[in-house]
Design a protein around this ligand. Structure first.
Ligand SMILES: NC(=O)c1ccc[n+]([C@@H]2O[C@H](COP(=O)([O-])OP(=O)(O)OC[C@H]3O[C@@H](n4cnc5c(N)ncnc54)[C@H](O)[C@@H]3O)[C@@H](O)[C@H]2O)c1
Length: 324
């Protein structure tokens, strides 16, 4: 098994970050993990077990401020896994500056900290939203970057920054364009939204959009395994590696609502659809149909173990405490 030395994980106290760290520590593929997180949406509880056993050091800092408290932690690191961002696509239509700062400015600072400390290997969490309303579905990595949200644009901007650092400074880069990643510890997204609404009032459920939006959902364990596969590739082959990370299939929002209602043991819930555009989107900048072509990453030997519907059901059960 390949092994990394010191690894910095930005956003490591968040949903994907904490599961990624579980994977790195449990498989003993890292010597040292430094998490840099401002705990804006992440929680120390997600990584407490590793901090207590001294497998992971947590540095609470804001990546928007370029300061030595966290920049010095990049010294002697072999790789940076950059996950910190504001992942709320919806917010970006209302307050675009948040995404510019949280995603583009913070990423530029991470790149500069890496350049100044000669960190060679990089993983960046991008998103399916970089493609916008793709006309080719499933969408391959070669499809043009035509985002329709500021969130998607911020991720595309980060990708091209990484490309320039790859060309100028020889960074070996792994970019994961994630579909919707779900599982325990997630603090945002449609499943949490539905469960919270139904806990408040189980007679009705407000659904953003007309419910026919259809997207690909990937279970967190599958996402972490895929992410590690491309991080490993960036160590083995110096280059600029871009991979879609998603599922083979997709699921409609209304079908997600049905699973949540069923797992919560509810009946006769009235669905109230709230489309914000004539074609039924949930918010301005919402991509209505998203399915990624994952044939490229499958060539690395990875494939999803859960379908989108299985990933949704499992996540709902775990959030409701129905199984471990
Ligand atoms: N979850 C998904 O479905 C999904 C899909 C596509 C892309 N992504 C990307 O994957 C990454 C991880 O997403 P997630 O779902 O785990 O979200 P998350 O909110 O759980 O994790 C983000 C982490 O970054 C931290 N953070 C945010 N801004 C920071 C800053 N300025 N300085 C330091 N720390 C900061 C937060 O506290 C949090 O711990 C993000 O880059 C997100 O855009 C996620």
């Amino acid at each position: 098994m390949i092994k990394f030395g010191k690894v910095v994980v930005t956003g490591g106290a968040g949903f994907i970050g904490s599961h990624f760290i579980d994977y790195l520590v449990e498989n003993n593929v890292v010597d040292e993990v430094i998490v840099i997180d401002n705990l804006s949406s992440g929680s120390i509880n997600n990584i407490k077990h590793h901090v207590e056993t001294k497998k992971v050091e947590l540095v609470v800092a804001d990546l928007k401020q370029f300061d030595q408290v966290w920049v010095s932690k990049f010294r002697d690191a072999e790789a940076v896994i950059h996950l910190a961002a504001n992942p709320e696509v919806r917010v970006s239509a209302i307050e675009p500056r948040i995404h510019f700062n949280e995603n583009v400015v913070a990423t530029f600072n991470v790149l500069e900290a890496s350049r100044l400390n000669d960190v060679a290997i990089h993983f960046f969490a991008s998103s399916s939203t970089v493609y916008g309303d793709a006309k080719v579905i499933p969408t391959p990595e070669t499809y043009p970057l035509e985002p329709i949200s500021v969130y998607g644009a911020s991720k595309a901007a980060c990708e091209v920054l990484y490309h320039s650092y790859h060309k100028l400074y020889g960074f070996s880069v792994a970019i994961a364009r994630y579909a919707n990643i779900i599982g325990p510890r997630s603090s945002h997204g449609v499943i949490i939204d539905f469960i919270n609404k139904l806990r408040k009032d189980s007679s009705k459920l407000e659904i953003l959009g007309d419910g026919t939006q259809r997207k690909s959902y990937l279970y967190i364990r599958d996402a972490v395994e895929a992410s590690f596969a491309i991080l490993k590739l960036a160590k083995e082959v110096k280059g600029y590696h871009v991979y879609n990370v998603g599922n083979e299939d997709w699921i409609a929002v209304k079908d997600i609502a049905d699973i949540v209602v069923e797992e919560m043991g509810l009946r006769n819930v009235q669905y109230i659809f709230k489309p914000v555009t004539p074609d039924g989107r949930g918010w301005p900048g919402d991509v209505k149909l998203m399915l990624l072509d994952i044939s490229k990453i499958k060539k690395l030997g990875w494939r999803p173990s859960f379908t989108s519907a299985q990933a949704v059901r499992s996540t709902v059960k775990e959030i409701l405490g129905k199984k471990g």
